[in-house]
Design a binder for this molecule. Structure first.
Ligand code: 13P
Ligand code: SF4
Length: 311
C-alpha cells in the first residue's frame, strides 16, 4: 500500500512531469515505486532507444549515470537529469579514459568495443558500443581479421569470446560488484534447495555460473525468457529489481534470488541510490543535470549510433 506521504510525492512528480514536458525512463533495477511511474522500463539497450524516440524537453533518467549520459549524447539539446548524481557503476570506475587513449595510439588498427557501462569519455575513444543484449552480435559484426579490445566487463568479454569463437579479442579486467560476486557453489546450493528451478543469468556473472544457466541474457531478455518458459521455478542471477516485472508478467511462477555476501541482498547499491523523493527533487530543480563537452558528445555519438543501427 502507498503511504499518504508517498502518494503526495507521486502527485508532485506527475504534476512536475507535465509542467516540464518530461519523460521518465527507468531501468529494471529501480525500486518498484519508480518503475510504476515510468513511461518506459527496460534494459540499457531499450532505454537508449527510447531516449532517442521521445518528444519533450526533459529526460528524468532513473538508472545510473552512464545510462543518463548515453541519453544526453543522443539528445544534446534536451535536459537530462538523474535523481542521484552519485549513482555510478563499478565497471565505469574500473576504466579511466587515459589508458584507453594510450591503447588507441599504440594500436590504431584495433577495434575498441565498449560496453555501454563506460563513461562518455571512454565511449568517445571507442569504435562501437554494445550492451549485454547485443554484445555477441556486435562482436560478430566486426571483420574476423581485426583484433578487438573489449572493455570493461571481463565476464561479458569472455562470454562474447566463447559465443563468437573470436580468439583475437582482448579483454579489460573490470567487474560488476553485484554479478561478479556470485559463485557456482552458492548457485548449486540454491539449486539443491529448489531442485525444479531453472537458472537465468546475466552475462556479467562468472563463467562457471553461466555454465549452470538455461538462459543467458540482458535483464529484459531474462524477463521475456522466464515469462515464455513453461517452467514454474527460476533462480535469477541478476539484480532483484527485475522481480517487479517478473511477478507482474508471470504471476503463477516463483523466482529466487541469491543474496550477495557483502550485503545479504541482490541489489546494486548504485541503482538503489535513486528514490521517489530524489526523483521529485530532480524534476523540480532540473538537477543533478548531465552536462558533457560538445566534442565528447559528438565523438561518443558515432559508436552509439553504430550500435543502434545493428538490429
Ligand atoms: P542490462 O543491459 O541488462 O540493462 O544490464 C545493465 C547492467 O548494468 C547490468 O548490471
Ligand atoms: Fe554497474 Fe553492476 Fe550496478 Fe549494473 S549492477 S549498474 S554493472 S555496478
Amino acid at each position: 500500500m502507498v503511504s499518504a506521504t508517498a502518494a503526495g510525492i507521486v502527485e508532485e512528480i506527475l504534476s512536475l512531469k507535465r509542467e516540464r514536458r518530461a519523460i521518465l525512463l527507468a531501468h529494471h533495477y529501480q525500486e518498484p515505486d519508480i518503475q510504476d511511474l515510468a513511461d518506459a522500463v527496460g534494459d540499457s539497450l531499450e532505454l537508449a532507444r527510447k531516449a532517442r524516440e521521445f518528444e519533450g524537453n526533459v529526460i528524468a533518467f532513473c538508472g545510473v549515470w552512464f545510462m543518463a549520459e548515453t541519453a544526453k549524447i543522443l539528445n544534446p539539446e534536451r535536459i537530462v537529469v538523474v535523481p542521484d548524481a552519485e549513482a555510478s557503476c563499478s565497471l565505469v570506475e574500473s576504466c579511466p579514459v587515459e589508458p584507453i587513449r594510450a591503447y588507441r595510439r599504440r594500436h590504431p588498427d584495433h577495434v575498441i568495443v565498449s560496453y555501454i557501462n563506460t563513461s562518455a569519455a571512454v565511449k568517445a575513444e571507442s569504435d562501437i558500443i554494445c550492451t549485454s543484449r547485443n554484445a555477441v552480435n556486435v562482436v560478430r559484426s566486426i571483420p574476423p581479421d581485426k583484433t578487438i579490445l573489449f572493455l570493461p566487463d571481463s565476464n561479458l568479454g569472455h562470454y562474447a569470446r566463447r559465443e563468437t569463437g573470436r580468439e583475437n579479442l582482448k579483454i579489460w579486467q573490470g567487474l560488476c560488484i553485484v554479478h561478479a560476486t556470485w559463485t557456482a557453489r552458492r548457485l548449486q546450493r540454491a539449486l539443491a534447495e529448489h531442485p525444479e528451478a531453472i537458472v537465468a543469468a546475466h552475462p556479467e556473472c562468472p563463467r562457471d555460473v553461466l555454465a549452470l544457466a538455461g538462459f543467458v541474457g540482458s535483464t529484459s531478455a531474462i524477463i521475456e525468457w522466464c515469462v515464455r518458459h513453461p517452467g514454474r521455478e527460476f533462480v535469477i542471477m541478476t539484480e532483484s529489481g527485475v522481480s517487479h516485472s517478473l511477478e507482474r508478467l508471470a504471476p503463477g511462477k516463483r523466482f529466487f534470488f541469491i543474496p550477495n555476501e557483502n550485503c545479504n541482498c541482490s541489489e546494486c547499491p548504485h541503482m538503489k541510490r535513486n528514490t521517489l523523493e530524489k526523483l521529485r527533487d530532480c524534476l523540480r530543480d532540473l538537477a543533478p543535470r548531465v552536462e558533457l563537452p560538445e566534442d565528447v558528445m559528438t565523438r561518443a555519438r558515432r559508436p552509439i549510433e553504430r550500435m543502434l543501427a545493428l538490429r
